[in-house]
Design a binder for this molecule. Structure first.
Ligand code: PXP
Length: 242
């Protein structure tokens, strides 16, 4: 069985940074921490509205030695940016301005020519393309026809508790592998629901973002509070001694 890789999406470190308009916390620093902890690669979504990750973040993430997976809509603007940046991989996703996150898979079957062209333009720049699709056999077959080497199965409906969603993912992963597509998965995965997905033998990569960044608050807040209290006490001691 192939090893299962983890790509860590750092979009929401940028969300937190942008809330204050400064440079802290830095998604590149978070990417370095994730890689040092054993993550296999870094994922970042450059959205049309630049609500979290910005162009300069992409350039700095690209400069890291680990593989960068750039999530993007298959638009002319994004294809030009990706061709100049040359990340290891691009994951093509649907994008609607008002959505909170990527709400469904890319309709490859409904826009095959457009996706095929995007795949070819990115492949021409040496970029490995995956298509973020719902676990639907129609979409898996269409993805295969575009010439993309990989698909990423959208696990959002599974994560929301949809009945039969695990079976749909298992079947789509088996179909993708049978067609020779590398199979990835992601969206909404967390400690509770990752097990059955990680157990699907055909899946070679999971891409996880929001939960990991949120969990880092729980895992890290106590240490940050302790350090702050120590600095405060230290300063008080210094003031009293002086
Ligand atoms: N994979 C893709 C293609 C995505 O668009 C996203 C969300 O940016 C993820 C994985 C990660 O989803 P989550 O942030 O819910 O872990």
């Amino acid at each position: 069985m192939k090893r299962l890789r983890l790509g860590v999406n750092v979009d929401h470190v940028a969300t937190l940074r942008n809330a204050r308009g400064g440079v802290y916390p830095d998604p590149v620093k978070a990417a370095e921490l994730a890689l040092a902890a054993g993550a296999d690669g870094v994922v970042a979504h450059l959205r049309e509205d630049r609500r979290h990750i910005r162009d300069d973040d992409m350039r700095r993430l690209r400069a890291l030695s680990a593989p960068l997976n750039m999530e993007m809509a298959p638009t002319e603007e994004m294809i030009a940016i990706a061709r100049a940046l040359r990340p290891h991989a691009c994951c093509l996703v649907p994008e609607r301005r008002m959505e909170l996150t990527t709400e469904g898979g890319l309709d490859v079957a409904g826009q095959e020519t457009l996706i095929q062209t995007a795949v070819a333009q990115l492949a021409d720049a040496g970029i490995r393309v995956s298509l973020f699709i719902d676990p639907d056999p129609k979409q898996v077959h269409a993805a295969h026809r575009t010439g993309a080497p990989a698909v990423e199965l959208h696990t959002g409906a599974y994560a929301s508790g949809g009945a039969d969603e695990l079976a749909r993912l298992q079947e789509a992963a088996a179909l993708a592998a049978a067609l020779g597509l590398e199979c990835h998965a992601g969206h909404g995965l967390n400690f509770e629901n990752v097990g059955p997905i990680a157990a699907i033998a055909e899946i070679e990569e999971l891409n996880i973002g929001h939960f990991l960044i949120a969990q880092a608050v729980y895992d890290g807040l106590a240490a940050a509070v302790r350090t702050m209290l120590a600095r405060m006490e230290e300063a008080r001691r210094g003031a009293n001694a002086g």
